[in-house]
Design a protein around this ligand. Structure first.
Ligand SMILES: Cc1cc2nc3c(=O)[nH]c(=O)nc-3n(C[C@H](O)[C@H](O)[C@H](O)COP(=O)(O)OP(=O)(O)OC[C@H]3O[C@@H](n4cnc5c(N)ncnc54)[C@H](O)[C@@H]3O)c2cc1C
Length: 618
């Protein structure tokens, strides 16, 4: 533990700040005969694109400007520590806790490392969680799910393998209790999802043609009841009888900002907007399929901050320059205006660039920094977003440092309301409502159906908290921020203060009470409130303030068919020839692995553009 503390302290207080200041001094003195790329934002999208562009074009100067200080490196993808005197250090994830599509992470390092270093040698070690999840229903019924067929890869001991096998048998028995042949039906469903995944990932997400995956896709798509573009609930209700089975098969729709349930009032049952098409079953395959080579839920050892820090080190090895505390306020055809917010100065600066890659959230960036009408003040920081898009849900996050181990929880836990079909459907209301103002955020939640996720980091990684304790993160879906047009022209700080009011103490207490009530069905969690040593709460306003995400939603634009693939905002800016977008609200979509895939695609476009500019200039 001591060495971990020391390492974190050294990185946080010495290494990162040193690099921030060291590189900030270099920007002005860059050589003018090199092409220069400015990247706005050091989220995963910005970092991965910086690493790729700089490794492919070593003579190009790549500079990343990030509005936050270096402790928030990685944007939404990061961790923070709570130090409780006399008890110890608790690590919490600020955002992601599920590491999926592990190969995408590894590939970034093999593609960009100059001396063939791997993700692990850069400090990113990924450990599989078996089982992937525990699902806890409202009546206290629990079921572990997601057992890979091969359990040897992780170097598990024989005793650990035996324990897992016992759990797996329990899981099979529980599936069969939910409905006759429940487990066989589940396996059959996952096989359909795996065919959707094997075809969908290369052809529609990675944008590379993979012909051999089409026959299996078509075979599944044409099987009775499995058409991939129908509402997810229509397919699921033709396969399963129990609302609990349907809940197990659809909770991943939350990650793409959609509800699985058909919306009869909308065209196609709502699949163009807020209802997941059945093809999103591919998310279940990514997490839970027993043999698919892409499947599995992993956790990065020492937390998700390792993802950002390892890519940052890769960038440094490729000579990328970073400047933190630097908020970009507007973009022109020549470069970017920004203010440097280091404590001592709020300096106004301009930096010219051949190409600008914007990692700041698309709906925010297009309403603020890429707009041409800046009311004569290109240095004014603002917060606004384009609310014509469909957004995923907001989240209220509770980060609890607790004084006991909560052994009834797994690493990843999903709490679902599915006592009846109508409860199950109502539990998704927060995503289904078209008019987000129609539900009163402050009406009591206790006793109403809702779903939420709980992460217990210490279960897989004993560096997460002091021994005998636990670090818990609860993510409760909620409405996003409701845009107030009149705040758009205010200085950013004032707008943020006003948006804070949308998540006042009443709203938060109401949510907290309802979550504690639902958690109390598990043994040892009956009086959880009494053992919470420290609490940090994030709301959509927090995500808006920290990362400038539109509507404060952590998962960006939703992924209905109207905002998917070619219909989702692409890399090219509509207003500026010299700007490309990368990140969760652009193509292919939300989640760290998709953002990493997006970074590959944007790098291709960026290098083509830079090469053609260089040729024209000759
Ligand atoms: C609570 C939560 C849970 C999640 N769970 C998961 C999960 O389990 N698994 C998973 O894969 N994904 C998960 N995600 C999603 C994942 O975190 C995101 O998809 C991903 O991190 C987005 O990366 P990005 O680079 O697109 O954006 P960001 O991380 O938002 O990066 C954008 C960066 O730009 C900076 N910026 C913004 N405006 C400016 C400006 N004007 N000037 C300079 N800099 C600026 C921001 O500060 C930020 O650092 C979760 C997210 C949250 C919040």
């Amino acid at each position: 533990m001591y060495s971990l503390l020391l390492k974190q302290a050294v990185i946080a207080s010495v290494v990162l700040p040193y690099l921030c200041t060291a590189f900030s001094n270099n920007i002005a003195s860059s050589e003018s005969n090199h092409q220069r790329v400015v990247i706005i934002g050091a989220g995963v999208g910005g970092l991965a694109t910086a690493a790729r562009v700089s490794s492919q074009l070593p003579n190009t100067e790549v500079i990343v400007l990030e509005k936050n200080d270096c402790n928030k490196l990685g944007g939404r993808c990061g961790s923070f520590d709570i130090d409780i005197p006399g008890v110890g250090l608790f690590r919490h994830e600020r955002g992601p806790s599920l590491l999926l599509l592990k190969d995408e992470y590894e590939q970034l390092f093999t593609d960009c490392s100059r001396d063939e270093k791997t993700a692990k040698s850069y400090g990113l070690d990924m450990k599989q969680c078996i089982p992937a999840y525990q699902v806890v229903f409202e009546d206290g019924d629990t079921i572990p799910i997601g057992f890979p067929r091969s359990k040897c890869a992780q170097g598990l001991s024989l005793d650990e393998i035996k324990d897992i096998q016992i759990l797996e048998q329990e899981s099979i028995r529980k599936f069969n209790n939910l409905e006759p042949n429940g487990f066989d039906k589940w396996q059959d469903y996952l096989d359909t999802c795996a065919a959707y995944l094997d075809c969908g990932l290369p052809n529609f997400i990675e944008e590379r043609l993979d012909v051999p995956s089409f026959p299996a896709f078509l075979r599944e798509a044409l099987r009775e009841g499995r058409w991939p573009l129908q509402p997810h609930s229509t397919m699921l209700s033709s396969l399963f009888e129990s609302p609990k089975m349907i809940a197990l098969a659809s909770f991943q729709d939350l990650y793409v900002g959609l509800s699985p349930y058909i919306n009869k009032g909308q065209m196609g049952g709502g699949v163009l907007r807020k209802t997941a098409p059945a093809v999103f079953g591919l998310l279940a395959a990514i997490e839970l399929h027993p043999t698919n080579k892409r499947a599995g839920v992993f956790a990065p050892v020492e937390g998700f901050r390792q993802v950002a820090e390892s890519i940052y080190k890769l960038c440094i090895d490729n000579n990328v320059k970073f400047q933190f505390d630097s908020s970009v306020t507007s973009i022109t055809d020549e470069g970017v205006y920004y203010i440097n917010k280091e404590e001592s100065d709020t300096e106004k600066k301009f930096i010219d660039a051949d190409l600008i890659i914007c990692n700041a959230d698309v709906p925010y960036a297009t309403e603020t920094i890429t707009r041409s009408d800046h009311s004569n003040d290109e240095y004014q920081e603002r917060y606004d977003w384009n609310d014509k898009f469909d957004f995923s849900s907001g989240v209220i996050a509770f980060h609890w440092s607790v004084s006991k181990r909560l052994d009834a929880l797994n690493t990843h836990n999903v709490f679902m309301s599915a006592n009846t079909t109508s409860d199950a459907e109502d539990s998704w209301a927060v995503l289904r409502d078209d008019d987000i103002q129609s539900t009163s955020a402050s009406s009591s939640m206790k006793g109403t159906p809702f779903n939420f996720y709980v992460h217990r980091a210490g279960m897989t990684d004993n560096t997460a908290c002091p021994s005998g304790c636990d670090s818990i993160m609860v993510l409760l879906p909620c409405q996003g921020l409701v845009r107030q047009k009149e705040l758009a022209s205010l200085p950013r700080k004032e707008a943020m203060e006003a948006y804070k009011q949308q998540f006042n103490t009443d709203v938060i207490n109401n949510a907290r009470e309802a979550v504690l009530d639902r958690l109390s069905v598990l043994k040892g969690l009956e009086n959880l409130d009494e053992i919470i040593l420290n609490e940090v709460i994030d709301t959509p306003q927090t995500y808006a303030d920290y990362y400038n995400v539109g509507a404060g939603v952590p998962f960006g634009l939703s992924h209905g068919l109207g905002q998917l693939s070619l219909t989702r905002p692409g890399a090219k800016s509509k207003s500026h020839n010299n700007v490309l977008f990368v990140g969760a609200s652009s193509r292919p979509g939300n989640g760290v692995p998709l953002v990493l895939i997006g970074a590959k695609q944007v790098t291709r476009k960026a290098t083509e553009k830079l090469k053609s500019m260089a040729t024209t200039a000759e």
